[in-house]
Design a protein around this ligand. Sequence first.
Ligand code: 6CS
Length: 339
Amino acid sequence: MKTSIRSSLGGAAVAAIMLASSMAAHAGDWKYAFEESLTEVQGVYATKFKEYVEANSDNTIQLFPYGTLGESADIMEQAQAGILQFVNQSPGFTGALIPEAQVFFVPYLLPTDQDHLARFYKQSKAINEDFKELYAKQGLELLVMYPEGEVAMTTKSPVKSCADLNEVKFRVMTNPLLVESYKAFGATPTPLPWGEVYGGLQTNIIQGQENPTFFLYSTKIYEVTDHITYAGHNNFTTALMANKDFYDGLSDADKKVVEDAAASAYDYIAEYQISLAESELEKIKAAKPEMTITVLSEEERKCFKDAAADVEAKFIEMTGDSGKAILDQLKADLDATKN
Ligand code: 6CS
């Protein structure tokens, strides 16, 4: 009798160990790379995503901040090849791979109202259905797009109108439409990966660049430029994707954890990045009191707004019917999420 209890207990223990090890075998150790440091917006988003996944499943996530695996283009290649399971890349770099993603660089398309933006990214059909299909064709499962803040220009000389950008070599992300945009603004656009921007400004190879306010502080770009200008022309959009084969191979439960993690991190970051714009500008003012900060008036914005129509036409020329359909859908989504 004793023996049989012992052997049945032993059998249960072995079964439990087998179950645990089979669960461990199925639990993933996922790799997630992004274009910023751990304390910048993409890093905070990634941390929230990781915390959610690890609290709600047996999977673990290893985070790879900017620079640990290369530039934006490198981490995208690694994600497409399946070396990484997740990659955060902004359309500013994805535009070369998915031309329609350049739509986010049509000036004045996105509103500056952050509440409106937060509703838009979440509810947009263009993002959640149309772009999903376009990313899928590149082997990527688009999980979410989210905002990082209004984009500001930082330059070595003051900018009050497009004329002030004449002869200014202005760094842009490697995105053909962004090049067109700064051409239309009157500058000499210079596409460069992020790693070359600080040095380029320091050595005067370039004299300007654009980014959201928090990034101007965290990357110390204020040290190598003297003027910050808000023209209200854009809001920085970024995107989290998974390798599609990896995602398709997940169990329904894991797919749900991934989607819920993306949504939960979205709700956090949509709020978080709003307060950053103000707090980080204050830090720039404290670190460099002589920095000028200018919000262009409606009149001063006129030439930038006029240029927007040409950039939109260029976008359609570059992307044809597919781009036009995305642009129209995006405008309809922006309209539908106004209130
Ligand atoms: O301008 C860039 O290249 C970078 N800007 C931001 C806000 N995030 C990552 C990206 O590499």
